[in-house]
Design a protein around this ligand. Structure first.
Ligand SMILES: Cc1cc2nc3c(=O)[nH]c(=O)nc-3n(C[C@H](O)[C@H](O)[C@H](O)COP(=O)(O)OP(=O)(O)OC[C@H]3O[C@@H](n4cnc5c(N)ncnc54)[C@H](O)[C@@H]3O)c2cc1C
Length: 540
């Protein structure tokens, strides 16, 4: 007997998302967090489009938006000499309301949800309140994971509550969502590979009730100040009253001075906190061992430029969640949980690379800085023009990466049907809809405001498209024999058939494509079902 089916260590955004999906799938889990409360200091502030799509599937996307930056607020990015000056360069980015209107009017198989600015210190308590309401989830703050031992059928963890009482918790699986210095990862003996300790920066949080309304160049989310060598970077937080400043300052006190100088206008502010943080580009050499797995920052650490930290971790959580639920329910085959590392580690490595590319974009325009940038001379004007032009191309490596955010595909996954050929480039920075097996299911509208994604149940779905009359009972029987949950859904809409490229599409519980085709032979039906459910060694 175990105390809980899944023990999750760490109630950051990844552990909370994992607990939410597992709890919704009816898995009993215990989520422990060593801190007494959720995070207080600012960290991430942008859920990307893919995370918001995942939160829509978890039926919380509108709650996240209600708690975050108002839907009509611009998301623009600026380069300027100070917050008081005109913009040297300006990258307009649609507000959530504008992006939603564009999505509602488009039928190109693109994205279902736009991004959302929400500060991590707002998101975590929201997720916590949702998770605490789930009957199958126990949440314990002030409870620290100390160590574990693994047996054949279970994992036993030693935990300590309120720095005093030690106890053991026995679980079928243990998941370390315990951040960059993960104790779970260290106890598994898994190393992080890549570049660690690249740069140390200071981050300060300010409150200013007037600043948002008084920035002459316009409202936005990111303001880069073209002032070397510190290059202050000011980020709007979700309240529109709070701002963070990032700079390589030598003391906490200097941060207030840099902020004052960057504002260059008489606006009142208060510095609420300062902390130091370190940039890393690292990925774990393995994602787990037997009954213990790692996810989120425990498995990969990126530079926040490009916003691929928490967002990658949320992708880990929903990949792992259905595989744990399926294995615990008995229909997940022996290869299902092993596929977590095969699928998600390649995305961890890819996103570390993408984060490096995003950072190189930022360094690209910063390299055009010259100390004469403020001079009222032809040379000063030339420096300003040069840095603005570089910003206009290089900063897009940070802001225009929808393919990295949503176009990832599980290449050579053992639970995805192999197709001959290479398939579309899974590392393209632009998003192109594809149903190549392993890819995220492109979004299509069934009718006004009704997305096909919203109609898909928690198990597998076989989509029959464009009015096909193909007999699919062999695949349905193959799933019944496992027995793995399969819904069959007929979608007559011609546009959906066009976007999905084939008459038949097998979609996984996490809305990635497992197989596609126009007909199914009896022999293939058994192999497709066995592969998707993690029962097949490999497919021909
Ligand atoms: C300045 C900055 C800006 C960022 N901006 C973005 C952004 O815009 N978008 C984005 O996607 N990412 C961003 N990130 C990265 C993002 O904050 C992290 O990727 C994210 O917090 C990772 O979530 P996590 O749940 O994996 O880990 P964490 O948030 O680190 O949570 C781990 C939790 O585990 C707990 N824990 C650790 N050890 C134990 C133990 N032994 N027992 C019990 N509990 C334990 C910790 O207390 C913590 O609460 C940013 C990061 C920084 C520093």
């Amino acid at each position: 007997m175990t105390d809980t089916q899944v023990l999750i260590v760490g109630a950051g955004p990844v552990g909370l998302t994992l607990a939410l999906d597992l709890g919704r799938r009816g898995v009993s889990c215990t989520l422990i967090e060593r801190n007494a409360t959720t995070i207080q200091l600012p960290k991430m502030e942008r859920c990307n489009a893919r995370t918001m799509e995942i939160y829509r599937r978890l039926r919380i996307s509108e709650r996240v938006r209600d708690a975050g930056l108002p839907r009509t607020a611009p998301m623009d990015v600026f380069l300027a000499l100070s917050m008081a000056g005109p913009a040297l360069a300006h990258l307009p980015c649609p507000s959530v309301a504008e992006a939603k209107a564009a999505i509602a009017a488009s039928h190109d198989g693109g994205l279902l949800e736009p991004y959302q600015l929400i500060s991590q210190y707002t998101l975590e308590p929201l997720l916590r309140s949702i998770v605490e309401a789930l009957p199958r989830v126990t949440v314990r703050f002030g409870c620290e994971f100390i160590s574990f031992t693994q047996e054949k059928d279970s994992v036993t963890a030693v935990v300590e509550s309120n720095h005093s009482t030690k106890e053991t918790i026995r679980a079928a699986y243990l998941i370390g969502c315990d951040g960059g210095s993960s104790t779970v990862r260290k106890q598994l003996g898994i190393r992080l590979a890549g570049d660690g300790n690249i740069r140390r920066l200071r981050q300060a949080l300010f409150r200013s009730d007037d600043l948002y309304e008084h920035v002459p160049m316009g409202k936005g989310r990111h303001y880069h100040i073209a002032e070397g060598p510190l290059f202050p970077f000011i980020i709007l937080q979700d309240s529109t009253r709070h701002w963070t400043l990032h700079a390589a300052a030598s003391s906490d006190a200097e941060m207030a001075e840099i902020f004052r100088k960057s504002l260059a206008m008489p606006v009142e502010f208060e510095m609420l906190s300062v902390n130091e943080w370190t940039q890393h580009l690292l990925c774990a050499e393995r994602y787990g061992d037997s009954r213990v797995f790692i996810a989120g920052d425990a498995a990969h650490l990126v530079i926040p430029t490009g916003g691929l930290g928490m967002n990658t971790g949320v992708g880990d959580a929903v990949d792992l969640s259905w595989k744990l639920a399926a294995t615990l329910a008995g229909w997940g085959g022996p290869h299902l949980l092993a596929s977590y590392e095969a699928e998600r580690r390649q995305i961890g490595l890819r996103n570390v690379k993408a984060s490096r590319a995003a950072m190189s974009g930022r360094e690209g325009w910063r390299a055009a800085y010259q100390p004469n940038i403020n001079d009222n001379t032809p040379e000063g004007a030339a420096t300003r023009a040069r840095i603005a032009a570089r910003f206009d191309t290089e900063q897009r490596k940070v802001t225009e990466i929808s393919g990295i955010e949503s176009g990832y595909r599980y290449v050579n996954s053992p639970i995805v049907w192999p197709e001959s050929g290479d398939g579309p480039d899974p590392d393209n920075v632009a998003y192109f809809p594809t149903t190549w097996p392993g890819a995220r299911l492109p979004h299509v509208w069934l009718s006004e405001g009704v997305a096909l994604h919203d109609r898909l149940g928690p198990g597998f779905t076989l989509l029959r498209l464009g009015g096909t009359k193909t007999d699919t009972t062999n695949l349905e029987r193959a799933f019944q024999s496992l027995p793995a949950p399969l819904d069959v859904m007929d979608v007559a809409d011609k546009r959906a058939r066009e976007i999905y490229e084939y008459d038949l599409l097998l979609v996984r519980p996490d809305l990635h494509v497992a197989w596609r085709g126009n007909k199914i032979t009896d022999d293939d039906a058994l192999k497709i079902a066995a592969t998707a459910a993690g029962n097949a060694n490999s497919v021909a």
